[in-house]
Design a protein. Structure first.
Length: 364
């Protein structure tokens, strides 16, 4: 799972990346500080994993992870190659989701690329550039499809109608993720286009420390603006989070968070929101050698979950032994869950539930 952090230059993208990742991206008060995308692998915070560790005491614990990419700041004209536009758009196309950072704080000491703070204008600037790039992609595809459509090809005619619908909406300033399609249209046509504005988006409102808990007027404006999008909005005081991150002592970090009214670091909130945005869930494998969290889409079957470990597990899937997380914790071990009749044997059609503790039997 890969998410790309985007936004105008100087809105706090690289500072956020540094909060999320152990890799330290360069962060400074001038545009285009980030040129090459920085990539960091971030652990998904999950207290259930810690609980399983305490019960089993395994040799190692491996959390689920998310790959975060810090992408160069975008400017007007990026779709035509302005600034670092072409590179930016190539990098963002490779991600599964977009984390869009919006500046929602006033500070005369931090330069804004457009001279004033206005998160709605900033959002529109990036939206327009991404929409223009998608429009270019759609128009090129349309040229090819129209030729086949004129020959009477039914599939081509169906695709042409969808492409014309997307073109019309993009020209009206509407991102593809906000357009309604049937499940069949989305799966067979829209998803194959890999359009940038079809990617799910998480808006991060970067606020000052005083607004870290309840936000401010800028945040409320953003929430109203994106109400019709399939998007998540979270509030983070990115600069403050960076200060907390510099503290080496865990208890000091917790005290700092409590002082500003927060229960946990913003990184944990963001990663969970990204998980939700991408329709992901976690299952566990648990034994004395290893306790591990695995990421799968919500709705995945037993064989599909097994395939995340190794493709051979999916191909040769026989059955899965499943214990619900709550049952495992309540009973304290796999053997006690088995004795209590809480270990279920499931077949190929089993839909995995979030938190399932699973053991797969397979034959290749």
């Amino acid at each position: 799972m890969k998410a790309g952090i985007v936004g105008l230059p100087n809105v706090g993208k690289s500072t956020l990346f540094n909060c999320l990742s152990n890799a330290k991206a360069q962060s400074a008060n001038f545009p285009f500080c980030t040129i090459e995308p920085n990539v960091g692998v971030v652990n998904v915070p999950d207290p259930r994993l810690e609980k399983l560790e305490s019960l089993i005491n395994p040799e190692r614990v491996l959390p689920a992870t998310v790959e975060i990419v810090d992408i160069a700041g975008l400017v007007k004209g990026a779709s035509k190659g302005e600034g670092l536009g072409n590179q930016f758009l190539a990098n963002i196309r490779e991600t599964d989701a977009i984390i869009h950072v919006l500046r929602c704080f006033d500070n005369d000491n931090i330069v804004h690329v457009d001279g004033s703070v206005d998160p709605i204008r900033d959002k529109e600037t990036i939206d327009i550039e991404l929409q223009l790039k998608d429009l270019d992609t759609v128009e090129k595809k349309l040229d090819k499809v129209k030729r086949a459509s004129r020959t009477g090809n039914k599939e081509a005619q169906k695709e042409e109608a969808i492409l014309l619908k997307i073109k019309e909406q993009l020209e009206a300033g509407i991102s593809v993720r906000a357009i309604e399609f049937s499940d069949e249209e989305r799966e067979d046509i829209v998803s194959t286009l890999q359009l940038i504005t079809d990617k799910p988006v998480l808006y991060v409102c970067n606020v000052d420390e005083g607004s870290a808990v309840s936000g401010n007027a800028y945040v409320e404006n953003v929430k109203k603006e994106v109400a019709n999008e399939s998007a998540e909005v979270i509030i983070l005081a990115v600069g403050t989070e960076a200060d907390i991150n510099e503290l080496e002592d865990y208890e000091e970090r917790q005290l700092f968070l409590q002082d500003i009214g927060l229960e946990e670091p913003g990184a944990a909130v963001l990663i969970r929101a990204a998980y939700k945005l991408l329709n992901q869930q976690t299952y566990f494998t648990a034994g004395v050698k290893e306790v591990r969290a695995w990421t799968i889409p919500i709705g995945a079957t037993g064989p599909q979950a097994a395939g995340v470990i190794h493709t051979d597990f999916e191909k040769g899937f026989i059955r899965a032994e499943v214990i619900a997380y709550d049952d495992y914790v309540a009973l304290g071990s796999e053997s006690k869950a088995r004795e209590a009749g809480k270990l279920n044997v499931e077949g190929k059609n089993y839909i995995v539930k979030d938190g399932d503790v699973m053991h797969f039997l397979f034959n290749v």
